[in-house]
Ligand binder design. Sequence first.
Ligand code: TNX
Length: 542
Amino acid sequence: MKPHHLILAALCTLSLRAQVIPLPADDRPRQGEFQLLPDAWMAIPAANPENLPDYVGLINAAGAKVRFAPQDVACAIQLLSANILPDNYPIPSGEGYVIRITPQVINIHAATAVGHYYGVQTLARLIEDAPKQPNQPIRLACRDIVDAPRFAWRGYMLDESRHFSGPAAVKRLLDAMARYKLNRLHWHLTDSPAWRIEIKKYPELTRTGGRGSETDRRPDAPAAFYTQEQIRGIVAYARQRGITIIPEIDMPGHADAAVAAYPEHDGGGFLAKGSTDKWPRFTFNPAKPATLSFLDDILTEVAALFPDAGVIHFGGDEVHFGWKKWTELPEVRDLMKRENLKDLAAVEAWFNRRMAGTINRLGFKTGGWDEIAARGLPKDKTVIWWWRHDKPQVLRDSLKAGYPVILCPRRPCYLDFVQHESHQAGRRWGGFNPLRDTYDFPAPLDLSAADEKQILGIQACLWTETTITRQRRDFMTWPRLVALAEAAWTPAAKKDFTSFETRLKPELAWLKAHGISAYDPFANSPEITDKGAKTEYLDTPE
Ligand code: TNX
């Protein structure tokens, strides 16, 4: 071909470049194109409409104009079952799907509603990417996309205690997570600065414990928290987007806010260094019967609010920082004698087993930070979150002991770490977390195939000590969370940072258009530091 013929060919041929993040597992071009006409029909399988994702809405938000089809009309887009594919196709299961774009029709095959949802998300990206003119068909290149996630757990953790987000911000976050096929929101609802989840039996938890934030310790600061009604609404909103919310109620450490509300459960905290104890009531009393029933009651209400969570996370992190008072507590002394416990680590382990028993009885697995790995909890009812990147042996031991593990090491999964060498606000620990490190994860761990079977997935965590405003929370989260989404979904062999960067550029525009103030790594946009910012409070009904 002469050069000008090549140019002509390029102009006439539709782009086959898939502007999709996360990159699908397999994308095979075919001959021809499909023309999606205005007002075309979209067929959706009958199901409980209340729980159905808004498939039509997603396609139309991408710039098309399709309609929900009545029975028996010829449809342009059809959501079909998994097992009516031609013989040579793999049958999708779970979150997987197959999209077939032929000149006649677009078929999306999946075994589940969430599989269809992810197929529709991918199709929506192809539609977004296609050139559009008013009242003209949208031309889509024919192709087969055969897709399924690498990891079942593709998560984000949001710390609500240090600074509160509020229902509107969480829904906005869920929308963006769904776009990138992230499927778990780990909701860190309680910690030392404040308690953010309404518990009907103990109203002081939020009335007193919900006051203030990491940067506002005034005793009369307003309270900010989620009511149970708001939580039910957020859980349903997430479910329609394929996202499961996992609540975390941190114990026996990180308990100051709860203990401020109900001081009878105090187990002591950091010992005085000079006169400034930062968290004097860091722990619950781990052995007092009334405290254990109080925690049972809380977990019972939490379980009812998150019926589909599968796992309730009970924290379990950093307890030894604040357990020094335990030796003086009569209940702890009695327990040690009665149960023949030789040290405080054994007391902590006893407490973990005691509370895990409650969680299991409520029908959930127990989730915990990696400190709980050596505590003798049942491996079929416990999930470990590996976070201490400086303790790789803890990961090895957890895998060896047979626990399912979620990987969220500080490096490169903590989003309170800075992302550019010039950035001043945020953490570092022998380095920081640039976009590329998050994208490449978990390759540096050199996981074997056997390891990978035991690893549920990966998760980014936003601890909010230094993120006061929504703008800074966005800045620290995005676009690293987009990189994590591709790392969690796309097969290792298909990951390619250069291709990711090309696809990320238009995503930055999408994030901006949706009011999300992401960091722009290409322009090295100015750092949002929150220097001088004040805690923002939302109105929450009493
Ligand atoms: C450690 S990560 C914590 C959090 C802090 C975080 C700050 C973990 C299980 N505990 O309480 O917010 O460091 O990076």
